[in-house]
Ligand binder design. Sequence first.
Ligand code: UD1
Length: 367
Amino acid sequence: MTGPIILVVGARPNFMKIAPLYSELKRRGVEQILLHTGQHYDDNMSKVFFDDLGMPKPDIYLGIGSGSHAYQTATVMIEFEKICMELNPSLVVVVGDVNSTVACSIVCAKLTISCAHVEAGLRSFDRGMPEEINRILTDSVADLLLTPSPDGDENLLAEGVAKERIKRVGNVMIDSLYSNLERAKESNILSDLDVKKRYAVLTLHRPSNVDDKEIFTGILGALENIGQQIQLVFPIHPRTEKNAKEFGIYQRLKAIPNIILTGPLGYLDFVALMASSTLVLTDSGGLQEETTALGIPCITLRENTERPITVTEGTNTVVGCDPLLIESTAFNALEGNGKVGKVPEMWDGNAAKRIVDVILEHIANGD
Ligand code: UD1
């Protein structure tokens, strides 16, 4: 091995995927650099996760911040290229599907630095979704494609990827979930928010739902009816809050019956909240997986999912953004008819070990 391994994080859903890898590399004494692009920067979208997940302050912080897709992607590329030229890493690990993921993988390809993509092969087959573009591009340039489930392998093979580049390693985010579940139970979030015994957790931030006033308002109508039946706890994403205010629907949102509106929560508080909930309503990718691992019914407010195994094996039901369908599926789950699933294979808390085995072997072979 010549240079260090660089672990890249950029946005909130990256932190819980990198934390187990950081620990495993550290345990094995491998030289590593933790690099944060700064795509997410507020303490409650970033720093709290480092604290909760026991990760140190990043070694390198690029400070990119918010902006258009082109701005974020291009600025990460420019800054990350400088770091790679300076450190000559033996391998770069990128995770997930955010703009930082695609930006760093392209830089590696151009500099012929080995790049491993964790969470490879997921496809929603919806190119209107910015993350789908990021997934396709990242998988087309990364050297090692580390998949969480068999559908990932199948998608990559169907795109003509050589099978030597694909390794199924399982779901590393579930490593974080399992290893922090006990600590999360010590969180005071349930009493701090004064939640009832039965409650549903709601998260909403996809541009397709919250950047369109009509769709956002339709979802709001469904939530007003669901709120009559069960308390809703809604840690609101900055994008969602900003848009609700711009669309003039923020007061209506706050007035949903039985709603507890709070800011974004840290990892341990959120896991505590989710783990004791009756139902989760979401448009997040990660929550579809975490609810499947926890056995909690999940209703996904999207037209499709890049995580179909959560539907075929897990507790997820994808309903889209039709208010009537959201309501009827929620009422059905509240009557005790929510989906019961099983935890997919290799979502077992040991994905980080398998990933580190694969990347160290790749480096040792000089691939
Ligand atoms: C990004 C990811 C998305 C992921 C989501 C999780 C891409 C294309 N999107 O979307 O895949 O599911 O993160 O949150 O990479 N903002 C803050 N503080 C922050 C960060 C953002 O207030 O720390 C606000 C800014 O007003 C910003 C808006 O939130 O314009 C949206 O942030 P951005 O990073 O553009 O996209 P997300 O919707 O968070």
